[in-house]
Write a protein that binds this ligand. Structure first.
Ligand SMILES: [Zn+2]
Length: 302
């Protein structure tokens, strides 16, 4: 017997396709089926329909389904509308989090519409900037961390399109509600990164203090206090410093040049050149950007 691979969905008859389309419409009690709704509920992908009937709508037409959405669908409730209404309900009920039950009693739209748009209630709450039942609050720092992650990932300034395309863990709405707009969010981020003067000054002052101390001790011979320099900086590389180092290094590995912008699997780390444990300070000129591979190689050598 000849061995053959399964003709996977290749030879489905037109009748079979139409039958399944009708079945899904019946099951969902809908007279209009979008591709994505069918694909979620049907047996096949939209591809064989398009191949056999020329277009998705032509297939729907043959199956006796509507080829335009009903008025409500056609008016296209935007995500914004749904989220705004969720917020309205939360305000009306004077709570920071609302349940599906709250919404179904006080909201303008169907809970189902929100769920089908955002897949889970928790996700919808997050997008509406409402609190979860576990009350996880997104801090500005969380948002800055995320902007930095996106910036590094892209190797340049992230755009609203990046956020909409899911590069950000938080929705565009979250940034807009917090800062007033995407550009404002970026400005706040840049300001946050640049507002590092105090930190730099503190290091400078401390260094001067120690130098002065040394001079004094040289003068006073009888003082035999140990003046081995103590660590002036903490081992922890804060977000500001991290971002500045990444930016200086063009979001590329200093050793091999790998960048997440070119290869999404690349992960960049900011690392001490002279290890902190060996007296290296956490300052710009003792920090470098390395990819995971080079970073691992480095710690093996040390
Ligand atoms: Zn590398």
């Amino acid at each position: 017997m000849k061995f053959e691979l399964n003709q996977y969905h290749r030879n489905i008859s037109k009748d079979e396709l139409i039958k399944d389309l009708r079945m899904v419409a019946e099951k969902l009690n809908k007279s209009y089926l979008s591709r994505s709704v069918y694909e979620k509920n049907g047996k096949y992908s939209a591809t064989p329909y398009i191949r056999n009937f020329g277009s998705w709508l032509a297939a729907c037409d043959i199956a006796g389904l509507k080829t335009i959405r009903n008025k409500e669908d056609f008016l296209r409730i935007s995500d914004e509308d749904l989220l705004n209404d969720m917020q309205l309900v939360s305000k009306r009920l004077n709570t920071k989090s609302i349940s599906t039950k709250d919404y179904s009693e006080h909201g303008k739209f169907k809970v189902q519409t929100i769920l089908s748009r955002f897949s889970t209630w928790s996700e919808a709450l997050k997008k509406a900037n409402l609190e979860q039942t576990d009350f996880k609050i997104i801090s500005n720092k969380d948002l800055f961390d995320e902007i930095e992650r996106m910036w590094s990932k892209k190797g340049k300034q992230p755009t609203t399109t990046d956020v909409k395309n899911g590069l950000s863990e938080y929705s565009l709405n979250t940034y807009i509600r917090r800062f007033g707009g995407w550009r404002a969010a970026l400005l706040a981020f840049v300001e946050y990164i640049n507002n590092d003067e105090d930190y730099e000054k503190a290091i400078q002052e401390e260094t001067t203090e120690i130098d002065n101390g040394k001079k004094e001790q040289n003068l006073l011979e009888n003082v035999k206090e140990d003046i081995t320099p103590r660590r002036k900086t903490s081992r922890d590389i804060n977000l500001r410093l991290r971002f500045k180092v990444l930016q200086r290094d063009n979001f590329k590995c200093c050793t091999c040049g790998a960048s997440p912008a070119k290869d999404p699997s690349v992960k960049l780390h900011v690392d001490h050149i002279v290890p902190w444990s060996k007296g290296g300070e956490t300052v710009m000129n003792n920090l470098q950007t390395l990819c995971s591979n080079c970073n691992l190689g480095k710690s093996d050598l040390l």
